[in-house]
Write a protein that binds this ligand. Structure first.
Ligand SMILES: Cc1cc2nc3c(=O)[nH]c(=O)nc-3n(C[C@H](O)[C@H](O)[C@H](O)COP(=O)(O)O)c2cc1C
Ligand code: SF4
Ligand code: SF4
Length: 273
């Protein structure tokens, strides 16, 4: 039987959602597909999937037109593919990234993984710790964006199976660089932007369990190792909104709950299992 693996990294569920929808579409076409969070993989296990699956996909959320740190680490830890393999990459984004998926091509090529297709899925903004232009869209807008993404997934799977090549962003690297370089400078500072309001924290440990960078240790209260990748898991899923960003605690009366993908099958643990 034809098999497919969709590796994904996701902070607030959008990329999980796209990976899950691709899996369901492929299953409906009698392709045995698995969506696998990179949080659950050792390099050896990932290599096994790459060797055995007929179709290999990898998806992530765009951060400043760049790869999230956990995705960089995942690719860098892979052994070089013995025979080489063609792979399909995609990213999710709220608007624009230039070459947000194709940006991985050099890293992947170093592992003899050659990009066959690259695509960008527009999903709602998860930057819900920001306001104004970057604020989370309202419920109607979220519904509309997710509806369009659902159609995009259908077209994506059709294109994939028909063997049509589409490398979105291949010639937009200049536009990507214009976002990437300032973001990379900002990243250094951003490693320390999360914190905790001890008066709100119940020491439940969820933030530490979800963190893909092992940046959080629960001592008396959560302590941070200065290694944040800005995935927003701790901020978005803390049950008491105790995680601070830029030193500010979330004002839920004013800004509502933080964003995560609106899907009844989704729970924070979907990201790490
Ligand atoms: C730190 C950070 C940087 C981001 N940068 C971009 C960007 O450059 N372009 C864009 O369109 N969306 C950007 N976004 C929005 C996310 O890529 C988008 O909402 C994505 O679908 C989130 O996926 P996830 O829920 O799987 O984490 C950014 C989000 C974060 C947290
Ligand atoms: S998830 Fe929130 S309440 Fe739980 S330990 Fe972390 S900061 Fe505290
Ligand atoms: S500290 Fe929070 S935002 Fe930073 S990488 Fe860990 S879970 Fe993500």
């Amino acid at each position: 039987m034809y098999t497919a693996v969709i590796f994904y990294f996701s902070g607030t569920g959008n990329t999980w959602w796209v990976a899950d929808k691709i899996k369901r579409q492929l299953d409906a076409k009698n392709i045995n597909a698995s969506a696998v969070s990179i949080d659950t993989l050792t390099p050896k296990k990932a290599d096994w999937w790459i060797k055995t699956a007929d179709l290999v996909m990898l998806g992530w959320p765009v951060y400043g037109s760049d790869l999230p740190e956990p995705v960089k680490r995942f690719i860098d830890a892979l052994p070089k593919s013995e025979k080489g393999k063609h792979v399909h990459v995609f990213c999710t984004q709220m608007g624009f990234s230039g070459d947000g998926a194709y940006v991985a091509h050099k890293r992947l090529k170093g592992k003899r993984l050659i990009i066959d297709t690259a695509d960008h899925f527009i999903m709602p903004s998860n930057l819900s710790m920001s306001h104004g232009f970057f604020a989370t869209p309202d419920e109607h807008k979220i519904k509309r964006i997710v509806g369009s993404a659902e159609k995009h997934v259908e077209q994506y799977v059709e294109r994939l199976l028909s063997g049509r090549v589409r490398i979105k962003g291949r010639y937009s690297c200049i536009l990507g660089i214009l976002q990437r370089w300032p973001y990379r400078l900002y990243r250094k500072k951003a490693r320390n932007l999360v914190g905790v309001d001890a008066s709100r924290c119940t020491r439940c440990g969820l933030c530490a369990e979800l963190c893909p960078m092992n940046n959080i240790t629960i001592k008396d209260i959560p302590e941070f190792a200065g290694n944040c990748a800005q995935c927003l898991r701790c901020y978005s899923f803390c049950p008491t909104s105790a995680i601070t960003y830029y030193g500010h605690v979330r004002d839920e009366k004013k800004h509502g709950k933080p964003y995560f993908v609106p899907d009844k099958h989704f729970t924070p643990s979907s990201l790490i299992k």
